[in-house]
Design a protein around this ligand. Structure first.
Ligand SMILES: [Zn+2]
Length: 238
């Protein structure tokens, strides 16, 4: 691990305990460009760690300090996600750029194994539930789509880090056409979403974030039985 201190942090609220692990991609052309930005006082952004595509880990902010990675965000009623989380940036150029996927590309195995080891250490030091290991898009679905559909949450869960559905109960998800049921399940799981019964822009964005995390084969933000079944299963794992 390379120490690469960022000035962009403050104190966690008094008494606040770390309960979330939030994963990001950098969305910049190179890791160095991202490090420069995360250490630029004018940018006012940071993360606790950054992981290069070759697996090199940079430590930017001490874990007991509040890094500035999540911005305006929310989960299960918690609004100061920065105050309650550790943030990790994964180097990846992201969805910006030409075409639908921009320069977004798969996260190499060396990067994923480095993330696995870093996460295991973090989980040994803090009380973080599997369902509180989330992407930036989960806590800010209207603004963010990182780490995105190419991020291998299934692999992480197989290593004991985070949730992944089994998808083996055909009786689940029957009410997927009832948008208020889908919205209520998303809200109960933790997403910041209003129950309106209509598939509006907020619901599409939240469904897309949910799909990018838990059902990456189809991320169009539409409701379907598989999505609701996964939601119902994961809620059962609380
Ligand atoms: Zn992010």
């Amino acid at each position: 691990m390379i120490s690469y201190p960022s000035p962009n942090f403050d104190d966690r609220p008094s008494g606040a305990k770390v309960k979330y692990l939030i994963l990001h991609y950098t969305g910049m052309a190179t890791g160095q460009a991202a490090l420069d930005r995360l250490c630029d006082p004018a940018a006012k952004v940071s993360a606790h760690y950054l992981i290069e595509e070759d697996g090199q880990v940079f430590s930017l902010v001490a874990e007991h300090k509040r890094a500035w990675h999540a911005g305006v965000s929310s989960w299960a009623g918690d609004r100061d996600i920065n105050g309650l989380s550790i943030g990790i940036e994964l180097v990846n150029p992201g969805h910006d750029g030409p075409g639908y996927k921009g320069n977004y590309r798969p996260f190499p195995m060396a990067q994923m194994t480095a993330l696995r080891e870093l996460s295991k250490g973090i989980l040994s030091r803090h009380d973080i539930l599997p369902r509180h290991i989330l992407g930036h898009s989960d806590v800010a679905p209207m603004r963010k789509c990182d780490p995105g559909e190419l991020f291998d949450w299934r692999y992480l869960a197989s290593e004991g880090i985070g949730l992944w559905p089994k998808g083996d109960d055909p009786s689940l998800g029957q009410n997927w056409r009832d948008i208020s049921v889908v919205q209520q399940n998303l809200a109960d799981f933790g997403y910041d979403i209003k129950v309106t019964g209509k598939l509006g822009s907020q619901t599409k964005a939240v469904l897309r974030a949910f799909q990018q995390h838990f059902r990456p084969a189809d991320i169009r933000g539409q409701s379907d039985q598989e999505c609701l079944a996964i939601l119902e299963e994961l809620r059962g794992l609380h």
